[in-house]
Design a protein around this ligand. Structure first.
Ligand SMILES: Cc1cc2nc3c(=O)[nH]c(=O)nc-3n(C[C@H](O)[C@H](O)[C@H](O)COP(=O)(O)OP(=O)(O)OC[C@H]3O[C@@H](n4cnc5c(N)ncnc54)[C@H](O)[C@@H]3O)c2cc1C
Length: 462
């Protein structure tokens, strides 16, 4: 398919207003916080160039983003700092402005010909775009650039499991594995003047990271992770290391927490600092084991886009009601089963249970903002086993997930926490507490891996 046709499947007009006379085209950047492989940005540049206007980009930075704390803000600001500078090189000024994102976009949008925005699938992200579309006095166009196959192109309903969405994605994916053409803005916006500017950085300089972070009135209960630095270049460095040093072991060893051959792309994908398309193309072009390529693309495309499908089509994605009927029924039948150990949120968060493996996983999460994928499964399954009710377990798992993980508050967070309770999975032979929901045991970890090596690796973190 030609690029223009592919782009059409990513575009949506969010209101029926016309383009009007203005000083610039406005690109409201919120989900895709990057200067490369960004269809929304490229579309905005193309439009501005065709109108012979400059393109101004804006990011709305709010103090009270749902469940965000200093760890998330520090990582995000590192990324925005780099993006502000990269966009300058393309003749585009990125205003990082304090305030509620849609209101920030609306204020600058008063001088705009048209507003272009990227897309987010979570409830509040959709509501922000609805607010903008309703109140803006010019046309608002949304351009999807967060997944490879746009969610509604892949499927028109909530999918049951990876096996049902996989063929739908595979059927269309070839068309989408193309890099969007990168254009330079013909008329630069670096000298533009505009109203209501209370942001970070200005037309003459990039913002100062430390003072920006210090100015924000945010939850400081979770510290900056010293293990992950935000930004597109850091994501690319990690991707390069992954391809050169870990890739060939990915298919066989990805589940082994003692080895850790993961790419660590999830925080960068979450903040849109790297595009899944850029990663997919790099993995495709990398010479290396075909089994590793298939395993990696399965996770990064099929599983990740299944999560997007879930949050898009399931309005209750962040609570227990989202689970399949069979899972809710079996967990309900077993709600009064005796729990040998019970821990509340504070005890879990303290990483102070009777289980050393679990405590190690919780420590990894608290210190680094990341946890090995297999340990995430074990960690969550044990929360179900050790909580007074399955509903409490769901809330506690999601709350810890979103508080400590750099990649938390993502579509993947909601789909995977729900997976612990049966989403996208099948019934298993019945067991206490879990019912027919898949269970995991410490004995399983010991049989399959050198789990002591994982515990030692985590003990060395500080
Ligand atoms: C209980 C639980 C909670 C989780 N919470 C999150 C979360 O908050 N945010 C998050 O991004 N992921 C979450 N995951 C999914 C997965 O564990 C992480 O995406 C992965 O561990 C990130 O590490 P990586 O980038 O090194 O992964 P890699 O193995 O290198 O995989 C590459 C990419 O594929 C995608 N991917 C990998 N595994 C999955 C999966 N199971 N489902 C969907 N996509 C996947 C991710 O985008 C990941 O970055 C959770 C999984 C479980 C079981």
């Amino acid at each position: 398919m030609p690029e223009s046709e592919i782009l059409l499947t990513r575009l949506q007009r969010l209101n029926q207003r016309d383009q009007r006379k203005g000083d610039f085209v406005l690109y409201w950047m919120q989900q895709a916080q990057r200067a490369d492989y960004n269809d929304a940005l490229e579309f905005a540049i193309q439009l501005a160039n065709s109108l012979n206007q400059p393109l101004l980009a804006v990011f709305g930075l709010m103090d009270d983003y749902p469940e965000a704390n200093e760890r998330h803000y520090a990582f995000m600001l590192e990324g925005l700092h780099e993006t502000q500078s990269t966009l300058r090189e393309r003749g585009i000024q990125l205003v990082v402005q304090l305030g509620s994102p849609p209101h920030v976009a609306l204020a600058l949008g008063e001088q705009a010909t048209t507003i272009i925005c990227d897309r987010g699938y979570l409830r509040h992200q959709q509501q922000w775009r609805e607010t903008l579309a309703k109140r803006a006095t010019c046309a608002v166009i949304q351009v999807e650039t967060d997944v490879i196959v746009p969610v509604e192109t892949a499927s028109d309903k909530q999918e049951i499991a990876a096996r049902t969405i996989r063929p739908k994605i595979q059927k269309r994916i070839e068309n989408y594995l193309q890099r969007p053409v990168a254009r330079r803005a013909k008329k630069d916006s670096l000298g533009l003047r505009f109203n209501s500017y209370t942001g970070f950085g200005n037309r003459d300089r990039i913002f100062d990271l430390a003072s920006a972070l210090a100015q924000l009135k945010i939850d400081r209960s979770v510290a900056h992770s010293h293990y992950f630095k935000g930004g597109t270049s850091e994501a690319r460095t990690l991707l390069h290391t992954f391809l050169c040093e870990k890739f060939d072991r990915y298919a066989d060893k990805r589940n082994d927490p003692a080895v850790d051959v993961g790419s660590h792309m999830s925080p960068y994908l979450h903040f849109g600092q790297i595009s899944s398309l850029e990663i997919a193309l790099a993995v495709q072009q990398h010479r290396g084991a075909d089994t590793a390529r298939a395993a990696y693309l399965e996770e990064m495309i099929v599983r990740r886009e299944l999560s997007m499908n879930f949050v898009h089509f399931q309005p209750d994605y962040d609570n227990f009601a989202c689970l399949p009927t069979w899972a809710k029924a079996t967990l309900h039948e077993h709600r009064h089963d005796r729990r040998e150990h019970e821990y509340d949120l504070a005890q879990l968060g303290g990483a102070n249970t009777h289980d050393r493996y679990w405590n190690g996983a919780m420590r990894e999460m608290k210190i680094t903002g990341y946890m090995h994928n297999y340990m995430r499964m074990y960690w969550g399954k044990k929360i179900l086993e050790w909580s007074t009710t399955p509903e409490q377990a769901f809330d506690n798992a999601l709350s810890l997930n979103n508080k400590y993980f750099l990649d938390g508050r993502d579509a993947n967070s909601y789909a995977n926490v729900a997976w612990l309770f049966g989403l996208h999975d099948r019934p298993f032979p019945e067991r206490p507490i879990y019912g027919k929901v898949r269970s995991m045991t410490a004995g399983g970890l010991e049989r399959k891996f050198d789990i002591e090596a994982y515990v030692q690796r985590i003990a060395a973190l500080n």
